[in-house]
Write a protein that binds this ligand. Structure first.
Ligand code: SF4
Length: 692
């Protein structure tokens, strides 16, 4: 039998014979590296720039190891878009490269994302019965994107419909009549055993949490051998989302809904045991208790003077002046009462349900129905208990965490976020399975120190692969002369922001004219973006689109369709926007996206670092900004033939010491200009500009 490296080489030889193949030597090197890592349980960090073909480079060694030794590899991305691309485009191609190496059906693959992204057949039957047939006939994975492509209708209408048919966070499972056809559970079963599992970061976190509390230590993804985290720069955010806790009116409402579904699911067993009345009363009492908690939360919202920090650990950080400044004011005792009541009610209800099932078992005798009822109740009660447990920790946080109150509209919302991820991630992820963190932008200042320090990951091997793109020829760096744009910090301090917006509008207007549109301007705040738009003056042939509060995907698509259009956009476009070709010929990074500590978790994190004697700016704010600037600049060249201009419009990049460091994190070989027309001429865009 071939060795793993032999299988990988053979796959690349086949790949090179395919029409349209572009040779990328680093792609094979990356594949070989990952093959070795899986072989030796090596923990790796690899920066693999855009255009290197890292999806295929990850799949090929995963498949080779499955063929050679039956190893199971999980490949997780941050976005479902990339996970789907892996599944629909890259995986079939990768499998085709191993033809003749395994018998059909021998090598198992699976796709798994979060359960609320799957269609629930039971909900379709109840809420949209006309859709049962088309969904069953056409959906393969049963996920939201398929649903939207199968069912015709305007986006808004489909979104409303989706909310009615999406799988709930917890359901009757095996008691559901559709269980055996259920898309979510089918996917889960496959993922437990498959050799190659494509999933997302949230599922990896969820899987680890399930494994941590399971008697057999097994999570949803089964006992896999190796984890590849693609888009690993976003893994900390996925972890924060997965480990946060929220107690709000809608969350309590969800508990009421879950108890109603549990009541319905177990009613026939209660009837069999002649205990229907008691069962009904028990569920009703819980509903009343939860409604009382909702009312208490509304009353607290009215008393709340200032949202902010309720408590945090370690305790000494509470004394930090910034934490004191951002402390919540008004009715804190009432918030504590709500949290305690939720814990009390959920624990009492869960105990009583367990007792009921025991009584029913004695009355009816053990049966398959009792077994199923126990299993169903376990799912529901686990969810209910988790919320009760989370509420109990709100005023007694563990680890390095902050509890705070925010507002969702007029309503108060109690939350807890981790501010130190390193220790929880070590316990949950890094010490569990060998892994590789893979990303186009994982390093800052040419090393992985920041990622290591903030996530707690330790690596046996680190590598930064070179970009396959020729930035020296295809990209120009434009930085306007000093004095053209005011310093944004000074403008804010002195209340001259309008002048700052005006200057930016003049600069951006000139850029857009020089490039004939085709500009993506990345902003750090909506206020700034709208402020600049107020002053911009361009002819109708050069339209400017604005990222609205909703529908980022739609505006991105419109921008790509109109070559003379420009797009003003925010956070999500800094990292996840892909517009290859001429449609994007200039990326303007309007301001260095320094995190402004306004939200309680940000305030608490910086205060915690300072309490530890660390330099919060140098150790957190600056590296984060460097990473974001790299990601923003990375929107320009998406394919080898792309070319264009990266415009840096923040004057602090020239006036402050950190400016040089930030610029040093961008592709080093780009030629610099301080005249936009020189840059346009040099890069060869001038023939494409409109005569305006
Ligand atoms: S098993 Fe759960 S998610 Fe699946 S169809 Fe039934 S209720 Fe919906």
């Amino acid at each position: 039998m071939s060795t793993v490296s032999g299988l990988i080489e053979k796959a690349f030889a086949r790949l090179s014979e395919l029409p349209g193949f572009v040779e990328r030597p680093d792609q094979q090197q990356l594949s070989m590296l990952l093959g070795d890592f899986i072989e030796g349980d090596t923990r790796g960090a690899i920066e693999a720039p855009t255009g290197l073909g890292k999806s295929l480079a990850s799949l090929i060694p995963a498949i080779a190891h499955a063929i050679h030794g039956g190893k199971r590899t999980v490949i997780a991305t941050y976005t479902n878009v990339l996970a789907e691309q892996y599944w629909r485009k890259d995986l079939p191609l990768a499998l085709s490269l191993f033809e003749d190496e395994f018998h059909p059906g021998e090598l198992k693959t699976a796709f798994q994302i979060g359960r609320t992204r799957y269609v629930c057949l039971s909900a379709v039957e109840d809420n949209a019965p006309d859709l049962v047939l088309p969904i069953r006939a056409q959906a393969k994975l049963g996920i939201e994107t398929e649903f939207r492509s199968i069912i015709p209708g305007p986006t808004r209408q489909l979104t409303q419909l989706w909310q009615k048919v999406a799988a709930p966070p917890v359901c009757p499972g095996r008691l559901c009549p559709h269980y055996h056809d259920c898309y979510y559970y089918k996917g889960r079963k496959q993922a437990e055993k498959a050799h190659v599992v494509i999933t997302n970061h949230s599922v990896v976190i969820q899987d680890a949490l399930v494994a941590q509390s399971a008697d057999d230590g097994m999570g949803m993804l089964g006992d896999y051998d190796y984890l590849i985290l693609d888009e690993a720069h976003d893994f900390p955010q996925a972890a924060l989302n997965g480990l946060e806790f929220e107690l709000s009116g809608p969350r309590i409402g969800m508990l009421i809904g879950i108890s109603a579904r549990l009541e319905h699911s177990l009613m026939s067993l209660a009837q069999m045991a002649g205990d229907e009345e008691r069962w009904r009363k028990l569920c009703h009492k819980f509903k009343e208790g939860m409604e009382a908690c909702q009312r208490a939360l509304v009353a607290y919202s009215l008393d709340l003077g200032q949202p902010g920090i309720l408590t945090l650990t370690p305790n000494e950080v509470l004394e930090h002046p910034q934490v004191k400044l951002h402390q919540a004011k008004g009715g804190v005792e009432a918030a504590k009462d709500v949290a305690q009541a939720v814990t009390r009610e959920t624990e009492g209800y869960a105990r009583a349900v367990d007792q009921c099932i025991d009584v029913w078992k004695n009355m009816t005798g053990p049966s398959e129905q009792v077994k199923l009822a126990q299993e169903t109740a376990r799912h529901y009660l686990q969810y209910i208990r988790e919320i009760g447990f989370g509420a109990s920790l709100l005023f007694e946080p563990r680890g390095v965490a902050v509890s705070y109150v925010g507002r969702n509209g007029p309503d108060a919302m109690l939350r807890q976020d981790l501010i130190g991820l390193a220790e929880p991630l070590k316990e949950l992820i890094w010490n569990r399975k060998p892994f590789t963190c893979l990303s186009a932008t994982l390093a800052t200042d040419g090393n992985f120190e920041y990622f290591r320090r903030t996530t707690g990951a330790e690596f046996d091997y680190e590598e930064i692969l070179p970009s396959p793109f020729d930035h020296a020829t295809n990209a120009a760096l434009y930085i306007p002369k000093q004095g053209r744009i005011p310093d944004p910090t000074i403008a804010r301090r002195e209340g001259t922001e309008e002048l700052y917006y005006q200057a930016l509008a003049t600069e951006l207007g000139q850029l857009i004219r020089a490039c004939g549109g085709r500009t993506l301007a990345l902003f750090h705040s909506r206020k700034e973006m709208e402020g600049v738009l107020r002053h911009i003056n361009l002819p109708p042939e050069l339209p400017v689109m604005l990222q609205g509060k909703f529908g980022a995907g739609a505006v991105g698509e419109k921008f790509k369709e109109n070559i003379n259009a420009s797009l003003f956009a925010l956070r999500s476009f800094w990292t996840g926007f892909d517009a290859p070709g001429e449609t994007l010929s200039c990326v303007a990074l309007v301001r260095v996206p320094f995190e402004v500590p306004i939200d309680p978790p940000q305030v608490a994190r910086l205060a915690w670092m300072q309490t530890l004697g660390m330099d919060a700016f140098g150790g957190h704010t600056l590296p984060l900004a460097k990473m974001m600037m790299r990601q923003g600049a990375g929107r320009l060249i998406r394919r080898a033939e792309d070319k264009g201009i990266i415009a840096l419009l923040d004057p602090r990049l020239k006036s402050k010491r950190y400016g040089e460091e930030i610029i040093a994190n961008l592709p080093s070989e780009m030629r610099q200009f301080d005249d936009i027309y020189d840059a346009v001429g040099w890069i060869g865009l001038e023939g494409k500009t409109l005569n305006l």
